[in-house]
Design a protein. Structure first.
Length: 759
């Protein structure tokens, strides 16, 4: 059985990106592409110490440079207000307000000039001297104090300690994962423009309404006075979920010089200015019976956070949902350091936690002499193990089965070091994934015009995932229009309110809103003809009709119907519009703190995040299989192939869904082998802040990736989807590390896996 046979019929499978042509022809405008008349440019100066204060700042030479319009520092910047606390996406402290420095790379000055080059040249002439304090840069520093995470995300069930003491087999290990940088290709840019006390910004963001709230608060404006536009975003990976100081600074610059100002971050600035994946140190203990039944898991992680603004980053939470184990403790600590702010990064927490747990399970499989897939099946969580509630849907077993079959797992020799291909040691490794999504409230608007076209809109963003395309498909499906007759508009806070493109939850949230809105629009048409004797649809309810070819017809007699255009014309209308929304998911095991608070804190937590529903365990699932090759003399690791099978619920667009999983897998290869944001131990300066020095998986590192989907449409939302934006990354690092052990007998517990570890 392959999933293609098992999957339900999918309208619009493989539809090309509706924005593809615009993107390849340059007609899609990213924030850095917008130009306004009289637009000036800003450039930033960053701190060269990680802790201390500015002792002296001399901007005289910079101010005298050609083209310079203003130099803004903490000495002359307008006072900015602190934005309101946001639990999930904490806003930055207002920039350039005092002389205090808490990380290397913090902005200390901004130059506004006629051209970008003039601004950058003048910025270099600003002289700053510092009173340097001793920075705390690593969790090992005695001055670093790990503390409990303040976000109520620790979980416990049963009595892990007692179960551990009585168990036949126990394993433990310490695993580390490094800081990483998102590195979207598009430079994060804010273009700001004031008209009186109305602020318009074009911004690289995954979260326009959040940026609007932060800008409004910073400048003491009502939110309606701020408009955030982000029709195209050149990648995000989580870097665009929070709001960042440069966006506030662009608006400040524009107000100061009373002209539109564009502020585009340089690549090195992208390493300090828009968040990073925190590093983690994780201690995991597991206990099992000799026949492979897990009896206890204890998972503790300490992840890094900045001094100035923290963000919830749950690493161990996924461990509580992954297996049917009666005694589990999961604790997240964090340690504040003099490092740039952290941010969620694709599969935040889950990617790191999964690496530790799935690696240790692999160790257990060797200890027990049991096949790694079999070990996971023996501990299959038929119900959500923390709550005992049934999953909304779960096809993880099929992920293992289909993945093992496609991979040829049966050919694996059980012993480590037993498989060779010439000089290469060959290893087969695998990992399982339980991944939760977070679905927030969402609104949309849909209009059908007399020319038979539809316009559907919501203020979400498409960060390259295909939101424009699948929303167009969903609207076309409900309205009975071809895809080319539907336009989907997004990326503007004047449109109906949408949540962030993140937490693997936007397709579910926005898709459900689009679905509900289009249903409401069809109902408006039916209401219009309900007492219209001229209509063959008179008196029909929505259940009685079908929509196709721009026409509503009776389900029992397709010849009796009429087109949207005919209805509008007869009623003297140019168009008909409906507003609609979707409720937050009932999903309980979300990776983002909102749903974690819900699960941990019951009704109070629910109130805190605005969720009112009873909770249902929901999520995507996956199995990852990797074949690796290791050269025993040179320590070179190559990935030969990866099979990635995902239960993502209903797949709306096979082409885009595959792309999401392939992209996630490549991120997982990067995590396993390459990506690490390295800081100079003395100064805290990011030492590899270029795309030449920060290693990403490139084409030569990426093998054949075989992607498949299993599972059923999920009943948790009307369109049947689960989030698949992040699940593809999770499990890949563990599958590779487990493959490396199988090839070499060497257990690598510290990412990335580098040559020196394999020699
Ligand atoms: Mo994702 S880290 O929720 O953009």
């Amino acid at each position: 059985m392959t999933s293609t046979e098992a999957a339900p019929p999918i309208p619009g499978t493989g539809v090309d990106r509706v924005d593809g042509r615009l993107k390849v022809t340059g007609a899609a405008h990213y924030p850095s592409d917008f130009r306004l008349p009289d637009m000036a440019h800003a450039a930033l100066v960053r701190s060269t110490i990680a802790a201390g204060t500015i002792a002296r700042l001399d901007a005289a030479r910079a101010a005298a440079m050609p083209g310079v319009l203003a130099v803004i520092t903490h000495q002359n910047a307008d006072r900015l207000r602190k934005a309101r606390r946001n639990l999930i996406f904490p806003p930055p402290p207002p920039p350039l307000q005092d002389a205090k420095i808490s990380y290397h790379g913090q902005y200390v000055a901004m130059v506004v000039a006629e051209t970008r080059q003039q601004a950058a040249a003048a910025a270099r002439l600003i002289e700053v001297t510092y009173d340097r304090a001793e920075p705390v840069l690593t969790p090992e520093d005695p001055a670093a104090k790990p503390r409990s995470n303040p976000y109520f995300i620790d979980m416990k069930r049963g009595n892990p300690k007692a179960a551990m003491a009585a168990a036949a087999v126990t394993m433990e290990g310490t695993f580390t994962t490094p800081a990483q940088t998102h590195n979207p290709l598009g430079p994060f840019t804010t273009m700001a423009h004031w008209d009186g006390d109305t602020l318009t910004v074009y911004d690289s963001t995954q979260n326009p309404f959040h940026v609007r709230a932060v800008l409004a608060a910073s400048f003491g404006l009502a939110e309606e006075k701020v408009r955030v536009l982000s029709p195209y975003v050149g990648g995000g990976f989580g870097a665009g979920l929070r709001s960042w100081p440069h966006s506030i600074l662009a608006a400040l610059a524009a107000r100061t010089v009373a002209r539109p100002v564009q502020l585009s971050l340089t690549r090195p600035e992208m390493f300090t200015g828009i968040g990073r994946r925190p590093s983690t140190v994780q201690h995991v203990k597991i206990a099992a019976t000799r026949d492979g039944k897990l009896v206890a898991i204890d998972h503790e992680s300490t992840s890094t956070a900045s001094m100035g603004s923290d963000s919830p980053y749950p690493v161990t939470h996924g461990t509580t949902a992954a297996y049917a184990c009666p005694n589990v403790a999961a604790r997240d600590k964090r340690v504040r350091l003099n490092i740039p702010p952290i941010a969620h990064m694709r599969a935040p927490g889950e990617a790191e936690g999964n690496f530790a747990l799935e690696s240790l399970l692999d160790e257990l499989s060797y200890e027990l002499g049991m096949d790694p897939v079999e070990l996971r099946l023996r501990n299959y969580a038929e119900v959500h193990p923390q709550t005992g509630l049934p999953w909304s849907s779960k096809a993880l077993r099929e992920c293992y089965q289909v993945g093992a079959e496609r991979f040829g797992w049966a050919r694996r020799e059980p012993a480590a070091g037993a498989m060779r291909d010439g000089r290469w040691l060959v290893g087969y490794g695998m990992a399982g994934v339980t991944y939760s999504h977070y679905q927030a409230k969402c609104q949309a608007r849909a209009t059908i015009r007399r020319d038979g076209t539809a316009h559907v809109a919501s203020g979400a963003t498409d960060i390259g995932t295909g939101t424009y395309t699948v929303m167009t498909q969903l609207a076309a499906e409900v309205l009975g229009l071809t895809v080319d007759r539907v336009t989907f508009e997004l990326g503007d806070t004047r449109l109906p309110r949408a949540p962030q493109a993140g937490g693997s939850g936007l397709t579910a949230a926005l898709g459900s809103a689009v679905h509900n809105t289009c249903v409401a629009l069809v109902q408006r048409f039916l209401a219009l003809v309900s007492d219209d004797p001229g209509s063959p649809l008179q008196g029909c309810a929505i259940e009685d009709i079908v929509a196709s070819d721009g026409r509503l017809a009776r389900g029992d007699d397709a010849s009796r119907g009429e087109s949207y255009a005919e209805i509008l014309e007869r009623h003297g209308l140019d168009e008909l519009t409906a507003d609609g929304d979707s409720a937050p998911s009932r999903a309980e095991t979300g990776v983002l703190v909102g749903s974690l608070v819900v699960s941990r804190m019951g009704r109070f937590g629910r109130k805190l995040v605005g969720a009112s529903h009873a909770t249902v365990p929901a999520g995507a699932f996956g199995a990852r299989f990797a074949e690796v090759r290791v050269d025993p003399d040179l320590g070179v690791l190559r990935i030969a192939r990866i099979v990635s099978v995902t239960d993502g619920g209903r797949v709306l667009n096979n082409k885009l869904a595959r792309s999401q999983i392939i992209g996630g897998t490549i991120g997982g290869i990067g995590m396993a082998m390459f990506e690490e944001t390295i800081s100079d131990p003395g100064s805290g300066r990011v030492a590899n802040a270029t795309l030449g020095d920060y290693l990403l998986a490139v084409n030569a590192d990426v093998p054949d990736i075989d992607v498949d989907f299993v599972g059923e449409p999920d009943p948790d939302n009307p369109i049947g989807v689960k989030g698949i934006g992040e699940v593809g990354l999770a499990g890949v690092a563990a599958a590779i590390a487990n493959g490396v052990y199988h090839a070499t007998g060497r257990r690598i517990r510290s990412l990335p896996i580098t040559i020196d570890q394999l020699l």
